[in-house]
Design a protein around this ligand. Structure first.
Ligand code: ACM
Length: 633
């Protein structure tokens, strides 16, 4: 049954019937709170009901996979599974969802779409399958949040009438997951890919190698996974306090992806229009490589896969032919697994200690007329770029690849702030912006005293959301060199799916919108409203996200009085002094508080609809009590 305002006027008898059936059915439609925010959106009247008769009609086989994924999502929490049918023409058909490809590539580009929901039908139009898939992701967010409920079964699904046109501002909307510092199984990567696809992100960067583990099978170098994928299990010690492996100790902790598993992940991502960007991080961060093949180090010493922390002797040797032969063979073997045109070479934080001590490196510096070890790094990266380009891929690297001169065709990922990115654009190179002060997802989402022991420092969601990718001084041509944005999740302190999700959410939604929606259309209050509706969806998915924007923060005014606030803003804060946990009946915060005796504990929390939201902040002796460590006890 489709509910249409038009029908209400035409058939009065039916009105009564419908109103009675509606109230009995308690129609639940979604709020229209789409993330990332579409380019344009007009609300219509009435709702479309999707039921067991609704079909998904597609105008070409390239649309089938996206339709199947969508149908699977609907069936996971309803009593029916929409059937998918090929159709000759894409004109609207009553009672169905019609997905069509048009020739309007000027209008839509590869990733744009229009979505039109009326009480009679739903139409999605795009110029390419990726755009149609994004139209379906938007439609997914127009369903009530129960759609995302794991194992839930709802009989009625209503979608509010709306007309949307949408396309992304930037073509690179990525997220990095560090699978070296901790190894995560294939199922966790698929979960991550699902997250990215929900918010129309399109690059999943896998940091596959580092000092603490090599994570991809290479048949021509089997020791990379026999030795390089395993380390001594010191997980009970803090990352920075772990001793190096000693001779005789067993390396049992780790893992790697077989080439078949990589194919499976790449396909799963491709079905969701996500490119997998593989990174092999050289010439630094290479301790797992030289532990496996010591001949690739400068001094051919005895190395072990790192157990945590940062180690200095972790470079491969740029003065040896075997180093380039190794990289060529590894690339030849793994490049065919990854269809994405880009390959990430790392290049960050390369410690030059070994190169300074190595006679071969020093001789090479003199022979090539290089200025110093930075020049040697540039020599290495330029040589490796030739191999990469020769094998048909574009090279991308961290902004340290600027040191000593940038390789001729390189794309730069700017992580140490935006400086490297801006400099690269001025040198006419493409750039992906991922400055750590806006995009590092391993930074804590709130006051460290109120956060669990993941990550360090802090990056609030409002700051991530405020990121303006294009510097104001850039002209059109320079702006076009900024391909997009990426959030990076390093995993030193993350061991499983739960830890990952806590650090990703809700901040990933801010990064997704930074990449999709022009800055002029992004406003914090509007984002928060849409975010909160999406938080219901995340909760239904079983995701435990950081509640940090609801936690009460403490600052002081000039006279020393205490100011209470939340990052979210606009919520009542209740507090007690030397009393029990705050409730809605406790004192309502309205102006800065003076506490004469600082040993008295101030306990404060924010409330929403009469319920506490976020954690309880306890402020005593001039600081917030640490909820997750013993240091205040
Ligand atoms: C990095 O965070 N070292 C790229």
């Amino acid at each position: 049954m489709k509910l249409s305002i038009k029908h209400f006027f035409v058939l009065p008898a039916l009105i009564i019937l419908m109103f009675s059936s509606c109230s009995e059915k308690n129609i639940k439609t979604a709020e229209i709170d789409i993330i990332p925010k579409p380019v344009s959106l007009q609300k219509g009247e009435g709702v479309f009901e999707i039921d067991e008769d609704t079909k998904i009609l597609i105008t070409g086989p390239s649309l089938r996979k996206g339709a199947e994924i969508f149908s699977g999502i609907v069936s996971a929490s309803s009593t029916f599974k929409p059937e998918i049918k090929l159709t000759e023409d894409g004109s609207a058909k009553s009672g169905n969802i019609i997905i069509s490809l048009s020739g309007l590539s000027e209008k839509y580009g590869n990733e744009g779409y229009s979505l039109d929901v009326t009480p009679d039908n739903i139409t999605i139009e795009a110029a390419a399958p990726a755009g149609a898939f994004y139209g379906l992701q938007t439609l997914r967010q127009l369903f009530p949040p129960e759609l995302e409920k794991k194992g839930g079964k709802t009989e009625e699904w209503y979608v509010p009438a709306v007309k949307i046109f949408d396309k992304p501002e930037f073509k690179w909307r990525g997220q990095l997951l560090d699978v070296s510092r901790h190894f995560f199984p294939v199922e966790v990567l698929k979960m991550e890919i699902d997250h990215l696809s929900r918010y129309k992100m399109n690059v999943f960067h896998l940091h596959l190698t580092d000092d603490q583990g090599w994570r991809i099978e290479v048949k021509s170098y089997p020791k990379l996974t026999e030795i390089g994928a395993w380390r001594v299990d010191y997980n009970d010690l803090p990352w920075w306090k772990r001793p190096p492996q000693k001779p005789g100790e067993k390396a049992t902790y780790g893992g790697y992806y077989t080439q078949d598993q990589i194919r499976e992940i790449v396909q799963y991502a491709a079905d969701r229009f996500i490119n997998i960007l593989p990174e092999i991080d050289v010439p630094g961060h290479s301790q797992a490589i030289i532990a496996s093949y010591p001949e690739l180090s400068c001094d051919e010493g005895k190395y072990f896969v790192a157990t945590g922390g940062v180690f200095k002797d972790n470079t491969i040797c740029p003065a040896k032919d075997v180093t380039y032969e190794f990289l060529r063979k590894v690339f030849e073997e793994i490049f065919p697994l990854f269809p994405f045109q880009y390959f990430h070479i790392g290049g960050d934080e390369c410690n030059k200690l070994q190169w300074e001590k190595s006679p071969a490196c020093q001789q090479l510096i003199r022979k090539e007329g290089l200025k110093d070890e930075k020049g040697l790094q540039s020599y290495f990266i330029t040589k490796v770029e030739k191999i990469i380009n020769g094998l048909g891929k574009k090279m991308i690297g961290w902004d340290e690849i600027l040191q000593g001169g940038l390789a001729p065709n390189a794309t730069v990922m700017s992580w140490r702030g935006e400086k490297g990115g801006i400099k690269s654009v001025k040198m006419e190179h493409d750039v992906v912006m991922t400055p750590n002060n806006f995009c590092y997802l391993d930074l804590k989402q709130g006051d460290p005293a109120l956060e669990p022991p993941y990550g360090y420092s802090k990056l609030w969601i409002s700051k991530a959301y405020s990121y303006e990718l294009i510097p104001k001084s850039f002209n059109r041509e320079e702006s076009d060199r900024i391909l997009g944005v990426q959030g990076n999740l390093w995993s030193e302190s993350l061991q499983n799916e739960r830890d990952i999700n806590y650090m990703l959410f809700p901040r990933l939604l801010a990064i997704a919108e930074v990449g999709w929606t022009p800055k002029k259309n992004r406003h914090w209050d509007d984002f928060v409203k849409r975010l909160e509706y999406n938080l219901i969806r995340l909760k239904n998915l079983g995701i435990v996200y950081a509640p940090s924007m609801y936690n009460v923060n403490v600052t002081k005014d000039k006279s020393g009085k205490i100011i209470l606030s939340t990052e979210r803003g606009g919520l009542p804060i209740h507090y007690t002094i030397n009393g029990p946990e705050p409730s809605v009946r406790s004192e309502l915060y309205s102006e800065p508080i003076f506490i004469s005796d600082t040993t008295k504990a101030l306990k404060a929390a924010a409330f929403h609809d009469g319920k506490r939201i976020g954690r309880i902040t306890t402020y005593v002796n001039g600081k917030i009590k640490d909820l997750y460590s013993d240091k205040d006890k």
